[in-house]
Design a protein around this ligand. Structure first.
Ligand code: ADP
Ligand code: MG
Length: 627
């Protein structure tokens, strides 16, 4: 029996297309062929379970091997095999649903996944690396003859009698010249580790040496010897395929270590398991995320039926959940279509919502279960929760029950608790509750102390996400405004009716303003005389909340180019009621007045860490002179 034929696609040139357009991803040929071998193995096992196959299953290990001299890579399975008829049916009629369509569409395809999935070209990805491919197969069916199919990458093939004596299939790739890099142990090992680590059928790739115990020597010490053992690539039942009730914390932790060997233990995890209206399993871990946004390196891995597909999960999980680590496995995610289609895909949206909800539920549960533990973890969780609330309306809805605010005393409050706490004292004359915050508790210490003296509470908002979170809060919390504690002098941060009157006369105020403007001599500082508590500092330097936010936004690329280009502009508030101002007015001459004013101003700068370099040196010298 020997037969020649033409592969039934209606164009001559499919192989050059495959080669050219899939080249960048060509390593996936191995993923495709090994998953076919695994599929065939699972099929025969299912047939056996159903009683439709009654022979011996035998050892069903899939074996990958290579021969450097013959320049071949072979994938062997003991699956259900194929008859010559089946090879013709399943292999030859590639993309029969639309070869013409294929040729039209390949132009727009961005990667190999797209083409392979859409047109069922899994097997043909072999031609990305092989000039000739052989199939040697023996079907499980009674009386089946072994069959051998050969194709040299043109559109003609050859089918002849095969030589296989055991049920199953060998796929032999004769590697082309440009792809000889694949004829390498470490290269192949790397690809198998990447894509096949969790496949459900045992995969063997050659052998490796291992040390095993070999009795004891005369002194009773253990002896070791090296032995050759099968080099098994995969864990066939990774934890996400198991039931959570069968798993212990150690199992989750050791799986995490297996995925990300260099990482610290995660904080906690969520086991995902849903089969309707879509099918999805997985385990997502909350890593210890520091403020430095270094979370990108350990990505969520996406699988389809335990075959690794990608770690580019953008569009499949909500953006804020990209902070998480772990695996998602779903046969329902259309991996093979374009990004824009993905965004519109109903399943993807449902998956998105499901994961968001699961994560929110988990956080709510942790919060309810043990508030104290939750607070201890807040430094790590906080960034994530805030990011989620800002970016996902659905998450914000739930997050308001478990997001925490931390004050400078290290106390934690939920949103309602905090409102309750500060409402009475921090309400201004317009019925707005003012939340005060510090972005740097050391630098802003003088202001924090002034605020605390008035029994105001100050929140800590020192992570990069906080400037956005502040805006989110203002949008959500009614009649609430947030102000950085140094946005104004304490008397004015929260404007009350019973403010202190300025005891200076108008003439005196003008004089003081002149003295300070002369002493400061810098356009970035505008001097204002105010009636403040005599207990407060004589001079305070502040930057308006609105101005500062605009500048901060411009600095972090918020697009406010105009504000970004503005010079710093500060307000210098002179406390007209302070004794020092009186002293300055009464100083014996103009020179002395300027000197005292400069000194008071420098002290204000010093309190905020704004006094540096030459100015600091001059201040120290002047101070020494004054002693
Ligand atoms: P898919 O796996 O998506 O069906 P492929 O192009 O990878 O597409 O394979 C085409 C078909 O060829 C498979 O559906 C299967 O019927 C058959 N096939 C491929 N490899 C094997 C194998 N190792 N054993 C048995 N049948 C196979
Ligand atoms: Mg396949």
């Amino acid at each position: 029996m020997q037969e020649k034929g033409t592969i039934s696609i209606h164009t001559e040139n499919i192989f050059p297309i495959i080669k050219k357009f899939l080249y960048s991803d060509n390593e996936i040929f191995l993923r495709e062929l090994v998953s076919n071998a695994v599929d065939a193995t699972q099929k025969i096992k299912r047939l056996a379970t159903l009683g439709q196959y009654t022979g011996e299953l035998g050892d069903t290990t899939v074996e990958v091997s290579f021969d450097k001299d013959k320049k071949t890579i072979t994938i062997s399975d003991r699956g259900l095999g194929m008859t010559a008829e089946e090879i013709k049916k399943y292999i030859n009629q590639i993309a029969f649903s639309g070869a013409t369509e294929f040729v039209e569409k390949f132009k727009d395809a961005k990667d190999a996944n797209e083409i392979i999935g859409k047109f069922g070209l899994g097997f043909y990805s072999a031609f990305m690396v092989a000039h000739t491919v052989e199939i040697n197969s023996l079907s499980y069916q009674e009386g089946a003859e072994p069959a051998k199919w050969t194709c040299d990458g043109s559109t003609t093939f050859e089918i002849a009698e095969g030589s296989r004596t055991e049920r199953g299939t060998d796929i032999v790739l004769h590697i082309n010249e440009e792809s000889e890099e694949f004829l390498d142990k470490w290269k192949l090992q790397g690809i198998l580790d990447k894509y096949c680590k969790f496949l459900p059928v045992t995969i063997k790739f050659g052998t490796k040496t291992e040390s095993v115990e070999d009795g004891e020597d005369e002194e009773g010490k253990k002896k070791w010897k090296s032995v050759e053992v099968d080099n098994i690539i995969n864990t066939t039942s990774p934890i996400w395929t198991k039931s959570p009730s069968d798993l212990k914390d150690e199992d989750y932790l050791s799986f995490y270590k297996e995925l990300y060997p260099m990482s610290e233990d995660p904080l906690f995890w969520i086991h995902l398991n849903v089969d309707y209206p879509f099918n999805l399993t997985g385990v997502l871990y909350f890593p210890k995320v520091k403020n430095d946004f270094d979370f990108q390196k350990n990505k969520i891995k996406l699988f389809s039926r335990q075959v690794f597909i990608t770690d580019e999960v953008k569009d499949i999980v909500p953006e804020f959940l990209m902070l998480l680590h772990g695996v998602i496995d779903s046969p329902d995610i259309p991996l093979n279509v374009s990004r824009s289609f993905l965004q519109a895909d109903g399943n993807v949206k449902k998956i998105n919502n499901y994961i968001t909800k699961k994560v929110a539920d988990k956080l709510a549960e942790l919060y309810k279960k043990d508030r104290k533990v939750y607070e201890e973890k807040w430094n790590d969780i906080g960034l994530f929760v805030k990011y989620g609330m800002i970016s996902e309306e659905k998450f914000a809805e739930k997050g308001k029950d478990f997001v925490l605010l931390k004050n400078t005393k290290g106390e934690f409050y939920t949103l309602p608790e905090y409102k309750e706490k500060v409402q009475a004292i921090q309400k201004d004359k317009n019925d707005q509750t003012i939340y005060l915050y510090a972005t740097d508790v050391n630098k802003q210490d003088a202001f924090i102390q002034s605020a605390n003296k008035k029994d105001y509470d100050v929140l800590v908002m020192d992570s990069p996400i906080d400037s956005h979170f502040i805006q989110h809060l203002e949008g959500k919390e009614e009649k609430t405004q947030l102000k950085r504690v140094d946005a104004d002098v304490v008397e004015k941060l929260i404007q009350k009716d019973d403010a202190f009157a300025n005891l200076l006369s108008e003439e005196q105020s003008t004089k003081v303003k002149e003295i300070f403007e002369k002493a400061i001599d810098n356009k970035s500082y505008s001097v204002e005389i105010e009636g403040l508590n005599p207990e407060e500092l004589p001079v305070t330097v502040t930057m308006d909340e609105f101005m500062r936010r605009m500048k901060d936004m411009a600095a972090t690329g918020g697009g406010m180019g105009f504000y970004g280009s503005l010079p710093d502009s500060y307000k210098v508030a002179i406390n007209g009621n302070h004794g020092v101002i009186d002293k300055i007015l009464k100083a014996e001459n103009q020179e002395e007045q300027t000197k005292l004013a400069k000194q008071a101003f420098d002290l204000a700068l010093l309190a905020q860490g704004l006094l540096t370099g030459k100015d600091l040196t001059a201040f120290v010298q002047r101070s020494v002179g004054m002693i």
